[in-house]
Structures are given as C-alpha cells and as structure tokens.
Design a protein around this ligand. Structure first.
Ligand code: HEM
Length: 370
C-alpha cells in the first residue's frame, strides 16, 4: 500500500509525478471494480451478521472472496502495476477486477479461476521486482502474493471458509508488513532486526499452513502476530511521524491503531483461539480485516489515490471523526464477539459502513475546496 512515498508536507495536496493522463485515468476501471466488490462485500457482510437486507442473501457466502479477491487483490495488484510501470503488469488487476464483477454476477467458480490467475501473475511480477531489487521486503511481498494464490486454491477446492481465510488474511498482513519494512529503511534499522522480522513472518506462515484459523489452538499464528507487531512498533517510521501534524500524523494514527488490533488478534489466537468461543473466529478475522487492514487504507488513501489515479485528494482534520467511528465499530464488534452480545455485533456492522462513507465524504469535500 505504498506505490510511491510522496513527500508529506502538512496540508499540501498530494500530487504524484504525471505519466500520460489518458493511461492513468484507465486505472480507474480496475479500481472501480475493486470498490464495487468492497461495497457489495460490506453489504452481504451485514447479512452474515444476521441483518436481513434486500439482495444480500445470495452472495453472503462469498463475502470473504469479495473482500480479499475482488477488492484487496485488485487494489494491491494495481498498486504493484503502478510501481512496475509496464503495461503487462496491469493484467493482474484487470483479471481480478473482472473476477469481482463475475462473482457479483453469481458465477463463483469462474471468478475463483480469474482470482487465481491474477494471484499467479501478481506473484510472478513481484518475483520480477525481487530480481530487480533484491531485498527482504520485496521477497516478503512475493511470499504474500503467493498466499493469495494458496487461499484461492483452497477456496476453489470447497474447503471450510476458515481455511481459505487464514491464507487470505496472511496475504494482507504480510503485504502491509513488507511495505512498512520498506519504509522503515529510512530509519536504517540494524541488519540483525531483519532476523526477528523473518522469524515473525516464518511463525505466521507455519500457523497459516497448519490452518490454525480453523483449529482450537493457534500458537504459531498467535505468537507470530505478536512478534510482528512488536517489530513494527519498534521500527516503524509512524512512531516518529505521529509527532508531526496534518496528514503525516493522521496516517501514523491509523497505522498505530492498526497495530493495536493486530496485537489483539495475536492475543486472542493464544487466549481464545477460533472454536474456543462462539464468535472468537469472527473477532480474530475482523480485528485484522477491519481494525488493521481498513485502518491502513484510511491512513494511505490520501497518498495512494493521487499516485494511482492522478485525482487530487486533499486531507482534512475532520478525518479523525470517521477514524474514531471505525475503531469504535471494531471495539463493538470484538466486545460483541467475546461477550456473545449479538446486538452489539449486529450494530458494529452498519457503524463500520458509516465510518467508510463519512471518510469518503470528508476527503471529497476537502478535495473540492480551492
Ligand atoms: C461491515 C463490515 C463487515 C461485516 C458486517 C462483516 C461480516 C462478516 C461475518 C458475519 C463473517 C462470518 C464470521 C463467522 O463465520 O463467524 C465474516 C467473515 C469474513 N470476513 Fe467480514 N465483515 C465485514 C468486513 C470485512 C472486511 C473489510 C474484510 C476484509 C478486508 C472481511 C473479511 C472477512 C473474511 C476473510 C471472512 C472469513 C471468510 C468467511 O467466513 O466468509 N470482512 N464477515
């Protein structure tokens, strides 16, 4: 989620270097497909929470695939294509964007095959980046892409949702961690710190391969997530930029709040693994998916959107309101899950959607101001 780290002058609109306008605007197509999958994914997610809503029943079982394959797979592949800067790299986001439409149209197997192809291409293209720029973060980005492929194969085989969810969430966690690792180089961390990063990633991969999200004990995933969070808190540049003002501070606040939920997911996997309580699986999945991943998206959107689409995006301090609503919705979700408060859980879903709608409104209003 950091195609290009644009300098972050407080209050200044973020503008990325201009490739040809026509080509850049074409990137809006896969982005629109991804956004469509996200909105439908949220809508049917509400049905999974027990809310009866028009048109949400049919696609409810594909909520996870819509969110991970349709939305994040498309957005992450698009970003990678922008970083590579070659026409052929756009084949991955285009394929997963089409996959998103095909899934919404109700043809899951074909959608799964398109996500699989997109994931294989993303892994291949990420491998090219390793050759061009051999570094720990480019290797981890490639391993992360391969987890998307692994999860999609497991999903196409019809395995229980928790098994594909383990792979897919690892795809997201390692992609974000690798990009924070890339940025942490600005602080030139000691080489030995790479060893602890590798160890944390290895524990997470072992936990994923064991399918711990579907088991009643998740030691590897639990310790791995805690170790990774500790590493990120120790080396992330956000620990510095939180003391700045404007967008740098807001992004840092989103990143650090995300680390809180990532650590909580690790603790829950140790203290209350999936299957140990009715909703502990849901608590772990959404502490990561909403608390960590969506918070990262909040923090990076004002930087990434201009870089990817050329659309001017202006930050505003009003963004702290949707930020607060987002994290309140996760708190209600996890509390509802842990104390089996069904109403609390049900209320958390619409609140997450309100947070996103409010955030989009804040950015649109701020960006329209002269
Ligand atoms: C309004 C927001 C959301 C709601 C209401 C929601 C609802 C749900 C529910 C009720 C489940 C089933 C949990 C269980 O079986 O106990 C679920 C599973 C899942 N959700 Fe969400 N979710 C939301 C947002 C997200 C987001 C943003 C992501 C990804 C970034 C995500 C990814 C997943 C995954 C991977 C699963 C597991 C696969 C599955 O069981 O289908 N969810 N979600």
């Amino acid at each position: 989620m950091s195609a290009s780290a644009a300098p972050l002058e407080p209050g200044a609109p973020v503008r990325a270097p201009k490739p040809s306008e026509k080509w850049r605007r074409l990137r809006l197509l896969p982005l629109a497909a991804g956004a469509g999958a996200f909105l439908v994914g949220m809508w049917v997610g509400l049905a999974r929470l027990g809310l009866t809503l028009p048109g949400s029943g049919e696609l409810a079982e594909f909520h996870g695939a819509l969110m991970i394959g349709g939305f994040l797979g498309t957005v992450i592949s698009l970003e990678r294509a922008v970083a590579i800067g070659r026409w052929w790299a756009y084949s991955a986001p285009v394929l997963s964007g089409i996959g998103a439409f095909v899934l919404i149209a109700g043809v899951p197997m074909l959608a799964g095959e398109l996500f699989l192809l997109a994931g294989l291409l993303l892994t291949l293209f990420s491998g090219f980046i390793v050759v061009r720029q051999p570094a720990l973060f480019t290797v981890v980005l490639t391993v992360a892409a391969a987890c998307w492929v692994g999860g999609t194969i497991v999903w196409l085989k019809g395995a229980p949702a928790a098994e594909s969810a383990g792979w897919w969430l690892t795809f997201l966690v390692l992609t974000i961690a690798a990009e924070r690792l890339e940025l942490s180089r600005l602080l030139s961390p000691p080489r030995s710190s790479q060893l602890t990063f590798i160890l944390a990633v290895a524990l997470i991969l072992v936990g994923m391969a064991r399918g711990e999200l579907a088991l009643t004990a998740a030691p590897f995933s639990g310790i791995g997530l805690l170790a990774l969070t500790a590493w990120l808190l120790r080396h992330d540049i956000a620990m510095r930029t939180i003391r700045m003002t404007g967008l740098p501070r807001f992004s840092a606040a989103c990143i650090l709040a995300g680390y809180f939920w990532l650590a909580l997911a690790g603790l829950l996997l140790l203290a209350m693994p999936p299957g140990a309580a009715t909703f502990s699986y849901d608590a772990v999945v959404h502490a990561i998916a909403i608390g960590f991943v969506l918070s990262m998206i909040f923090g990076h959107a004002p930087i990434i959107l201009p870089a990817v689409t050329g659309v001017r995006v202006r930050y505003s301090e009003a963004a702290y309101l949707p930020y607060g609503i987002l994290h309140l919705s996760v708190l209600l979700r996890v509390a509802g899950d842990l104390f089996e408060g069904v109403d609390l859980r049900a209320a958390s879903g619409p609140l997450t959607i309100v947070a996103f709608a409010a955030y989009a409104a804040v950015l649109i209003v701020a960006s329209r101001k002269k």
